[in-house]
Design a protein. Structure first.
Length: 300
């Protein structure tokens, strides 16, 4: 009984040639359908390329930044103008993204179609954390990229970072390239410390100067930090000028916190009508601090 059933099943199987034929026909049908679909897609695209209704007339920009770029600036980067109309379906989106990323302001961007006649440009921009003391109208972002400041950003109380760099455009100093070298690394590290530490965040950091941090002469090596402090009770401003060493600045900043507390308490006990105190602190020698104090007196 079992042998008879097995022989019947063998007769029911398709011959190899017929099976191969079915596979070939199935493949042909599927590939043919895909080819027809692709040809139809190309036909539709061709029609749209030739249709004036798909001429790009609008840019729809979106960004999470509060400092949005002008639409005219984006259009200029994209090479779009009324005089040279471009079709939405003939537009090169890869090249468009490359052109936008050449701007020193744009950090990342996505460009998409918005039929029938608009481009959607979703972008993020580099945010300035400090002004560059080396160049006019130039700021620096947290990764060390230089970027033009005016007219793209509103005025703000940013510190100044001075590195002692060569002329812009020389020795690798240019747009779309982060500032390199020990000075840039050190300045950005100091900025992170001064803007994340609870005590320093209560002060206004005015300047970070590392131009002499790696001077050939050890005696000339120094970091200068200038900051302003407010004694809220009597509204006296304390202007600090810190001179720090290149290798021990972390410990020296910690020592400064103690001196800062002492000076602020001292200022509360004075009877003088002092409106501004300038304190120059040289903390470069271990366990010593050279202090010079200048006061500006006036009516409270």
């Amino acid at each position: 009984m079992g042998c008879w059933w097995h022989r019947e099943k063998m007769h029911e199987r398709l011959p190899l040639s017929r099976a191969l034929l079915w596979i070939f026909l199935s493949t042909l049908i599927v590939s043919g359908s895909a080819t027809l679909g692709w040809l139809y897609y190309l036909h539709v695209i061709y029609q749209r390329v030739a249709d004036d209704d798909y001429t790009i007339t609008t840019i729809v920009p979106t960004t999470l930044s509060k400092d949005a770029l002008a639409t005219s600036y984006l259009a200029e980067l994209l090479g779009l103008s009324v005089d040279i109309p471009q079709n939405l379906y003939a537009f090169d989106f890869k090249a468009a993204r490359s052109r936008l990323l050449k701007s020193p302001l744009i950090k990342d961007v996505i460009v998409k179609r918005m039929p029938p006649s608009a481009l959607h440009v979703d972008y993020s921009i580099r945010q300035p954390i400090a002004y560059s003391g080396d160049y006019d109208n130039t700021a620096i972002d947290e990764e060390g990229y230089p970027l033009p400041f005016r007219p793209f950003f509103s005025p703000r109380g940013l510190p100044e970072i001075y590195l002692g760099l060569p002329a812009f455009g020389t020795e690798g100093v240019n747009w779309n390239h982060p500032l390199r070298g020990d000075e840039a690394r050190l300045a950005l590290e100091l900025w992170r410390i001064l803007t994340s530490d609870e005590d320093f965040m209560k002060m206004v950091i005015k300047k970070i100067d590392v131009s002499e941090a790696y001077a050939n002469s050890y005696g000339q090596r120094e970091i200068i930090v200038i900051a302003e402090d407010l004694v809220e009770v009597n509204q006296c401003i304390i202007a600090w000028m810190l001179r720090l060493s290149t290798n021990r600045y972390l410990q020296e900043l910690s020592n400064f916190k103690v001196l800062r507390t002492y000076q602020k308490e001292k200022q509360l006990t004075t009877d003088e009508a002092v409106v501004r105190v300038t304190m120059v602190l040289d903390l470069r020698i271990p366990q010593l601090a050279f202090v010079q104090q200048l006061s500006t007196r006036g009516e409270r």
